[in-house]
Write a protein that binds this ligand. Structure first.
Ligand SMILES: [Zn+2]
Length: 202
């Protein structure tokens, strides 16, 4: 059963996911692992060692109790003074420079397609993103996202084509499992897009 089917029922599963601290901690665990692996690499420009250069984000729409570490975007910087090239690690928590957490952008955008007005209202109240923001996210999926080199390469990995008109709902539906597993898989899939790419600007 997909996220949308659940949402169209009355389980409130989407709300449950977004307010579930354990789910968000899981995303942090994935990000920590990605950072650990990135740390083991070298500067792509000069081969120098990498130093931690985290920076603070203020992701909106998250439940209380996640702690300071959750707000830290993992990033590295070449240790050589004359280079200092930055390497920002792909993330399951942050979708580029968007102020809302990635899970919220994906889930709230997905519910534009197919959810009942009541379900949308409930989520709207929870996420507190304005209608204008949600409309902007919608445009981002339909115009910016689909024109990224990442999407052009990655879409071929799906046996059944993903409908670009219904993104990101159509993307979530390509992953199997319960709603949490689907959302997690989608965030992992989008990870490479979040590695400091400027194409995400909106
Ligand atoms: Zn370097």
């Amino acid at each position: 059963m997909s996220i949308l089917q659940l949402e169209m029922g009355k389980t409130g599963m989407s709300e449950a996911l977004l307010t579930d601290v354990r789910f968000h901690r899981l995303l942090l665990a994935f990000d920590t692992d990605l950072a650990r692996r990135a740390r083991a690499g070298r500067c792509v420009r000069c081969g120098g060692v990498l130093h931690s250069a985290r920076y603070r984000r203020k992701p909106r729409g998250l439940p209380a109790g996640l702690g300071e570490e959750y707000r830290q975007r993992f990033s590295f910087c070449c240790a050589k003074r004359e280079c200092r090239r930055r390497k920002t690690v792909p993330s399951l928590r942050f979708l580029g420079p968007k102020v809302y957490a990635a899970a919220i952008v994906v889930l709230r955008s997905a519910l534009t397609h197919g959810a009942t007005p009541a379900a949308r209202r409930r989520l709207q109240a929870l996420v507190a993103a304005s209608r204008r923001t949600v409309t902007r996210w919608h445009r981002w999926w339909c115009e910016t996202f689909v024109s990224t080199p990442f999407w052009h390469g990655a879409r071929a990995s799906f046996d059944t084509p993903v409908s670009t008109d219904a993104l990101p709902a159509s993307l979530l539906e390509r992953f199997s499992g319960d709603p949490a597993t689907q959302l997690l898989a989608a965030l992992r899939f989008l990870g490479p897009l979040t590695g400091g790419a400027t194409v995400l600007a909106m």
